[in-house]
Design a protein around this ligand. Structure first.
Ligand SMILES: [Zn+2]
Length: 193
């Protein structure tokens, strides 16, 4: 992926133009510092384009030679690429390590979720990006991945259809794709967390 360095001046100038175009005065007191604040905010919420901020994913030898399911849940915050509005919610992740391979430092899952979400995204693609990055960190040796994302999209609740229901996406690979019983076990754990 191409690394971009956000040009602060370009962003400030563009935000001033937008503020003026919607009928506001970019120089009034309350809005004076807004373009600069947005520049700082973009550095954070779009850090997923910056290779330098890519999380280092710690892995460990699978000493126990385990091939049990390992799960992690948490939150995500992202921006939809169609409207540049937030979508956010919860993720449920699981994988089956290779008994002869490595396992993930579990706190790294949340870091990867945060990094992949910090781009203009689609919820469907976000799940794929997360799994790809974690799979790569395990040298492609893990036996399967599962991720379910449940997100509220501001572009659906604030505008258009104005409906607040969450959108659910699921992505399964390897054993989770092949084995319906394993998949059900994951979904059961996920719903009882
Ligand atoms: Zn949208």
């Amino acid at each position: 992926m191409e690394t971009i360095t956000p040009n602060a001046q370009d962003i400030e100038c563009a935000i001033r133009t937008i503020i003026r175009a919607i009928g506001e005065d970019p120089d009034r007191e309350g809005l004076e510092g807004t373009p600069e604040r947005i520049v700082r905010m973009f550095k954070e919420i779009y850090r997923g384009y910056d290779e330098e901020q890519k999380p280092k994913i710690t892995t460990f030898v699978n000493d126990a030679h385990s091939s049990d399911m390992i799960c992690d849940s948490g939150e995500f915050y992202s921006m939809c690429e169609h409207h540049m509005m937030p979508f956010f919610g919860e993720y449920h992740f699981a994988y089956i390590p290779s008994p002869t391979g490595r396992i993930l430092g579990i706190s790294k899952v949340a870091r990867v979720v945060g990094y992949c979400a910090a781009r203009l995204q689609l919820q469907e693609r976000l799940g794929h990006d997360i799994v790809n990055m974690l799979s790569e960190a395990l040298n492609g040796e893990a036996l399967g991945f599962a991720i379910v994302l449940r997100g509220k999209h501001m572009c659906k609740s604030m505008r258009g259809v104005k409906n607040n229901g969450p959108m659910c996406t699921a992505y399964f690979t390897g054993k989770f794709k092949e084995d319906a019983q394993l998949r059900n076990e994951f979904l059961l754990l996920m719903n009882n967390k």
